[in-house]
Design a protein around this ligand. Sequence first.
Ligand SMILES: [Ca+2]
Ligand SMILES: [Ca+2]
Ligand SMILES: [Ca+2]
Length: 293
Amino acid sequence: MRRQQNHQTHARRGFSLIELMVVIVIIAILMALILPAISGARQRARIAQVSSEISQLDNAVAKFKSVYNVEPPSSLYIPAAGGTWGAADRSKVRSIWPQFNFATNGGLGNGTKDMHLSGAECLVFFLGGIENTTSNPPVVLGFSKNPQTPWDSAGTNREGPFFEFDNSRFTDLDKDGLLEFADPLPDQQTPYMYLSSQGRNYKRTNAAGSTLAEQDDFDVHGGNSNTKDLQAVYLKTAQPVQAHRPDSYQIISPGPDATYGVGGVYKDGEELVGPRATEMDNITNFSGGQLKP
Ligand SMILES: [Ca+2]
Ligand SMILES: [Ca+2]
Ligand SMILES: [Ca+2]
């Protein structure tokens, strides 16, 4: 009898409304503390993934160089079949394929229109090779080992691809049929930028006054005045002003905000403010990865 009474008292007690509210508030506070930590950790992991991919792209450029003795250029103008090659573009191609047959565009099947490769497109073209235009999503096939027709998509005797592209991340922002490659951040809209110094010096800027050919390196979105493009190579403030990785190249992810910013003079560890704040989350192959974590 007494035992039963005890049991009843206990069962009736439960939680009071105030106790419940206290518990809910405590849970809410804990969530508020923990969730940002979790999402921050997730964000850091994603950024580390991009940094790691940029290292792999570095390795791919090194592989390209071990085969062809030069690093890929970051702009190239390929005329349509029968069109006239510019001297600078000829020499870029010859430095890679000395026996290149310019009369047949090195065997490029799709030779019916002029092609302007930006830095972002050069990254895919030179590390991936010739695109199989009949496949969807796109597949890149490397280059033919035939020294005169390296851009022939036929044949199994091939060099590359030098990088294993995830073809679900190919983009074509300027809709010219030449692919760019986006980093693995979720919903990334803007591709990796690649800028080469060609072992000499960078084309530093596309500011007004420079020629069209100079602008090609930076022109990812199409059109010369597009402010969404990176506008200048990254430079250090050390005297004399020098580029980051002056003798090689810069690979730049626009980061989680999908925006490059303007580029230009950047001091290591500098806090980017104002219109340059969009560059803080950029991930690069210099300055320890992120410009400012
Ligand atoms: Ca283009
Ligand atoms: Ca394109
Ligand atoms: Ca950015």
